[in-house]
Design a protein around this ligand. Structure first.
Ligand code: FES
Length: 132
């Protein structure tokens, strides 16, 4: 997927389950009426067994349990506890949505991440430093 990949988990789950989407292709691909649900609303609609992180097979339930039972409050905490978002990182926005769903926006700890593990600088800060 390219661009907005927020429905990737839902579509991946449908493929895994072998869901029949005959005559529902538009609804499945664009959502009901093409409306865009908020991240927390999307997470609320997911089953507990739905996979959030396809790379590491981490379900919504595992992440919710890590938040409620292990005190995880950031994407990095979830990565350390469950391995969700520890590989390609494509699920990070969805992991963040699960955190917001459980803790509310004020309960989520945001941690600045660098362009790689060697620095805390973002891509834009590195480009600015180079002088482009
Ligand atoms: S989908 Fe979670 S790290 Fe790749």
């Amino acid at each position: 997927m390219f661009g907005d990949i927020s429905d990737g988990s839902r579509l991946f789950s449908m493929i895994r389950n072998g869901d029949d989407v005959t005559r529902k292709e538009i609804e499945v691909l664009l959502g009901s009426g093409g409306s865009v649900a908020s991240g927390a609303d999307r997470v609320a609609a997911m089953s507990d067994d739905e996979i959030i992180c396809g790379c590491n097979g981490v379900s919504k339930r595992t992440i919710v349990d890590a938040i409620n039972e292990k005190g995880c409050t950031s994407v990095n905490d979830i990565k350390a506890c469950t391995k969700a978002s520890a590989s390609c990182g494509g699920c990070k926005p969805l992991v963040a949505d699960v955190l917001t769903y459980v803790l509310g926006a004020d309960g989520v700890k945001t941690v600045k991440e660098g362009i790689c593990g060697c620095t805390t600088l973002s891509r834009d800060e590195v480009v600015d430093g180079i002088g482009y």
